[in-house]
Design a binder for this molecule. Structure first.
Ligand code: CO
Length: 329
């Protein structure tokens, strides 16, 4: 079974909530829409964001059996009052279930992560309604993944067995980063790298149960490439140790990463670093920075054994999704 753990949706029926700077959708035709932030055009999208028939056709063309369908991060709304984020999450998550009526489309919900109690409640509601897990942004304003409230939510995910997909978002701006898609090309990998660092140095892996299933987008960002620098700093600079009980390399079996890195040398580094059980096919479908055809890099990677290739294409995702796919079959 081929499983793509990293794709996004935007529901066509997304309503205009009338809040300043809230994400809105302008439907331009049957096949095209524009995501707006307030009055600013953010991203043009196609019907592959919301049309399940189109998604299933594309999956058939690429030989993908199952797709995990996550929210598009610009809708997370963590910067808003929690009550507004609850409303956004509920609407978005309920519309996701309509898109994911096929058992080949597996919905992940979003939660109001700025309020752990409300986030846990929304996750529970969604799991009961048919969601298989949750996608979270990699930070909540200035709070990283070692924030007490976020850790409370992660511990809850472990206790209810919900897999967590961590996606970078809300990248730093400014003149130097707002050219050339630099927020996506440099900011996103750095954001993800920072999140893994916060989980390790903030002692989160020492506190949350090892049963927590975490997967980071985009191959874990720049983390794997700079693990040696991190490891060296941990040993030689006590001010870098934070509260982690062990050096960074100790925690490599506590999370997984997806495969959307576009380069066989990068994929090989991920498999060498995390092991062939902890790299999962992800594509970032249907966006332009996603892999097309989905899974092409893994299928063609010469260094992978057939057994390892099968794990990356689906076996590892099956474990990540755990109870959900077993419940489906
Ligand atoms: Co993505």
């Amino acid at each position: 079974m081929i499983v793509d753990v990293h794709s996004h949706h935007v529901p066509r029926g997304w309503p205009d909530l009338g809040w300043p700077q809230a994400p809105r959708l302008r439907i331009d035709s049957e096949r095209e829409a524009m995501i707006l932030l307030g009055d600013r055009e953010f991203r043009r999208i196609q019907d592959d964001c919301w049309n399940p028939a189109r998604r299933l056709d594309d999956m058939d063309a690429d030989g993908v059996d199952v797709q995990v369908v996550s929210p598009t991060p610009v809708f997370f709304s963590y910067e808003r009052p929690a009550a507004q984020a609850v409303r956004v999450s509920r609407i978005f998550n309920d519309l996701a279930l309509e898109i994911c009526a096929s058992e080949r489309l597996v919905p992940f919900c979003q939660v109001p992560l700025q309020d752990p109690e409300l986030a846990c409640a929304e996750l529970d509601r969604c799991l009961a309604a048919g969601h298989a897990g949750v996608e979270i942004g990699n930070h909540v304003g200035d709070r990283d993944l070692d924030d007490a409230g976020v850790v409370e939510f992660l511990a809850h995910c472990a206790s209810v067995g919900a897999p967590v997909f961590v996606h970078p978002w809300d990248m730093p701006g400014g003149a130097r980063l707002e050219r050339w898609m630099a927020q996506w090309l440099v900011g996103m990998p750095a954001e993800t790298h920072l999140s893994v660092l916060a989980l390790i140095l903030g002692g989160v892996f020492d506190r949350v149960p090892a049963s927590l299933r975490l997967c980071f987008a985009h191959g874990g960002g720049s983390f794997a490439f700079w693990l040696g620098r991190f490891e060296n700093a941990w040993h030689r600079r006590p001010d870098v140790i934070g509260v982690s009980e062990h050096p960074p390399s100790h925690y490599l079996d506590r999370f997984s990463v997806d495969s959307v890195v576009f380069d066989e040398r990068a994929l090989r580094l991920l498999v060498d670093t995390f092991g062939e059980d902890r790299v999962l096919l992800g594509s970032d479908y249907p966006y332009p920075l996603g892999e097309s055809p989905v899974g092409g890099l893994i299928r063609e990677a010469a260094f992978l054994s057939d057994q390892a290739r099968a794990k990356l294409l689906g076996g590892n995702a099956f474990r990540f999704l755990d109870n959900f796919l077993e419940g489906e079959s």
